[in-house]
Design a protein around this ligand. Sequence first.
Ligand SMILES: [Zn+2]
Length: 464
Amino acid sequence: MARLTFHGAAETVTGSKYLLEADGAKVLIDCGLFQGLKELRLRNWQPLPFPPAQVDAVVLTHAHIDHIGYLPRFVKDGFAGPVYSTPPTETLADLLLLDAAHNQEDDASYMNRKGLSKHKPALPLFDAGDVRRAMTRFRTVHRGEWFSPAKPIWVRYHDTGHLLGSSMIEAEIRSGPKPLRILFSGDVGRYGAPLYFDPEQPPECDYLVCESTYGNREHTDVNVLDEMCEVVTAAIARGGVMVVASFAVGRAQQLIYLLQILMDQKRIPRIPVFLDSPMAVSGMRIYRFYASENDLSEGLSVRADFAFEDASVQLTQTASESRQLNKLKGPGVIISSSGMMTGGRIVHHLRQRLPDPKNTILLGGFMAAGTRGRVLQDGARFLRIMGTDVPVRAAIVEMSALSGHAGHSELRRWLEPLPAPRQVFLTHGELVSAQSLAAELKRDRGWNTVVPKMGESFELNHDS
Ligand SMILES: [Zn+2]
């Protein structure tokens, strides 16, 4: 008998954790952290309803924190099995988990300094030592190779084009006369996205677990290179500097790649580009190391090794190098993090650049409620930075084409070739988004869809 239980990304986007059980074997698909609103983050502190020590293996889809960020805690709480991932996912996980640990440690020491915690002292969910211990559990597997994390469960990876190393998981339970097939979509990327290959066609399955981040929303139908060209050209015409708030891993590399193509094709002049984020610089080196995993077909004239460190791209490592950028006169581009402007070096660039109408601030992605990015997006005239109200006179520009997730019709396109599974679970979306896609697939394709609740468990059978 097989069973699937949803311990995260159920009626919400973050915290992906799906427990697959068969004949006594227990495999956890993804081990993500809940992120965003406080009530979600508090869930990370509640013990899981199953003992980590009893889980045989973890299989990861990709390295975003909402899919791997609980892993150090899971190991700390007793999990002692292997963690399977593709090779780039392991390398990125090391970088992203250490960063998450530093954030956890910073938050805890802030709470202690301000006396904000009920717990004395406030402790981080995990620290750098926990990350190092978790990283020793990793075993890497290439896409397309079947392997068994715990018999009778077998799995293999296929590219989803969402992030370097990102993959869906095709699982088979090989205990009956014919295998029971379960497909976990992971996060599905976009079609025609620069730097990433298109998501592979999903293999046939008896049960499907599908993400629904954009289950009810479309991306605008503009070409990302054309949009970037327009944005940069306008920024140069304003005469100042363009500051881009970007996630350090994934987005920042894609931005550099787009700028390189545009300069190479002479659609924009050669202007200095600064990547001002030590983590993004590390991310850059990882993307370069795995050069063959990147789809560079949009920029055939860009050097085949994906030459990040060419003359026009400068990587800033130290804080003093970062401060030097305050002297930069336009034209030029500064890419910095954090992506939603909640912290990091982007904050001092905003303080420096916002008051001058010659400058441009580019918002590169989704801005959650309560972040500085959202405040700017909503058209605020002042932005609170380090106790001061900084006037917003720079041009605030948004670029929708940069999302890493398939939009609604791209998800439908991805699902199109799939014959009806026995049951389809819509996860990894806000409730309205998951429900809307569930209703649509039921109506248009006659699929048996369900939006699982947190902790809900389903029996998986050949015949029901
Ligand atoms: Zn993701």
